[in-house]
Ligand binder design. Structure first.
Ligand SMILES: *Cc1c(COP(=O)(O)O)cnc(C)c1O
Length: 373
């Protein structure tokens, strides 16, 4: 019998599928629970803007293909970032952009650089191509941003063979961030033969003074690709919409490998309407800032180390195996995210919800700690 596994491209054979947060419907089926709270995929507890719901209700023509060039959406995104439409690449989620850049720039003879404990999609898209992985040692546990990117370690791995460098700011699952001055001097040192992918999925949640807006730098660095998403602060994870901002040359290349209709009509309409409601982003940020404080206080009370986070999730050191705690919380109807697959055993990542959701999750965590101690 032919072994259909061994016939696959060798990089693909080495892949493990991405593990998403456990869906609510799975837990309902498995444990027969009704009232379930999912804080496992960094979704927005406020949902999306009402303007999006109106725009989607007005969509009428489902028989026609979407605008394959997403003209209106690209124009609006370009205006939003004071860039040209030729600098915008739209994607089926920003994960799509991450995959496009890997497919366009990596080969089995080239390498990608990323940090330990960085977003799981970077190794997946690199592995799928069969390119070399160069994983930079992260900052130590006692650093200001524990387990965050060590840009010097990353730089040391970059040479002529490196075509793609992934930097998440802030990073998922750790929640720490990089300052404008650090990132700028990093970009100055990275050779122009490597595309720097600056993943700003959580941009809208950050309000630190020294946190940079990478979109302002794409005219200065021809090798910079900034990625953003509508999945987090915009509350539109279900429609799958993200985008890249770059030099027109990078955008041109990504556009050549993109599926012709990678962004559907719902996503285009939703994105346009969502961009038009920046008040929703403001409210989402405020809710999140309050929620982060709630988690900080809870962790201090429970004597748990929480990695300081500027994103819409917290990564908590349980100082004990995470899986039993995760299971105990599942039985209380609260879904969180173990991060063993990020080489952070003993930690869980919890999405910041609204005040009531945080209270419920904190109560579940407290009870799980008592049960497992
Ligand atoms: C959630 C997330 C994304 C966004 O993924 P989408 O495909 O846009 O939903 C990208 N990067 C990081 C670091 C993330 O955590």
């Amino acid at each position: 019998m032919t072994d259909m596994i061994s016939l696959a491209a060798s990089g693909v054979q080495g892949l493990q599928p991405y593990q998403p947060g456990k869906p609510v419907s799975d837990l309902q089926r498995e444990l027969g629970l009704k009232d379930i709270l999912k804080l496992a995929s960094n979704e927005n507890p406020l949902g999306c803007s009402q303007k999006v719901m109106q725009a989607l209700a007005n969509l009428s023509n489902l028989a026609d293909y979407p605008d394959g060039n997403s003209y209106d959406l690209k124009q609006a995104l370009a205006k939003h970032h004071s860039l040209q439409a030729e600098q915008v690449t739209v994607g089926n989620g920003s994960n799509d952009i991450l995959e496009l850049v890997a497919r366009a720039y990596l080969t089995p003879n080239h390498a990608a650089v990323y940090s330990e404990h960085a977003f799981a999609v970077y190794p997946i898209v690199t592995q799928a191509i069969g390119a070399e992985h160069r994983v930079a040692k992260a900052l130590p546990a006692y650093a200001e941003h524990p387990y965050g990117h060590d840009l010097n370690n990353m730089l040391a791995l970059i040479n002529d063979s490196v075509r793609v460098v992934f930097v998440a700011n802030p990073n998922n699952p750790t929640g720490g961030w990089l300052k404008e001055s650090e990132l700028k001097s990093f970009l100055d040192k990275v050779p122009k033969t490597a595309v720097v992918v600056l993943d700003e999925a959580y941009f809208d949640y950050v309000s630190e003074d020294e946190y940079p807006d990478g979109s302002a730098w794409v005219n200065e660095y021809q090798n910079l690709l900034v990625t953003r998403t509508f999945s987090k602060a915009y509350g539109l994870a279900s429609v799958r919409l993200g985008y890249g901002l770059s030099s027109p040359e990078i955008a041109d290349i990504l556009n050549r490998v993109r599926q012709p209709f990678n962004v559907n009509s719902f996503a285009q309409a939703a994105g346009l309407a969502a961009l038009n409601d920046q008040n929703h982003i403001e409210r989402s940020r405020e809710t999140n800032t309050q929620g982060l404080l709630q988690w900080q206080e809870a962790c201090a009370r429970l004597k748990l180390n929480m990695i300081p986070s500027v994103a819409n999730f917290v990564c908590i050191d349980l100082q004990q195996p995470a899986m039993p705690m995760y299971d105990a919380m599942l039985h209380m109807g609260v879904i969180v995210r173990p991060v063993e697959n990020y080489q952070l055993p003993g930690m869980i990542r919890i999405t910041v919800g609204n005040q009531d959701q945080n209270e419920r999750a904190i109560a579940a965590l407290t009870m799980a700690l008592e049960q497992t101690s």
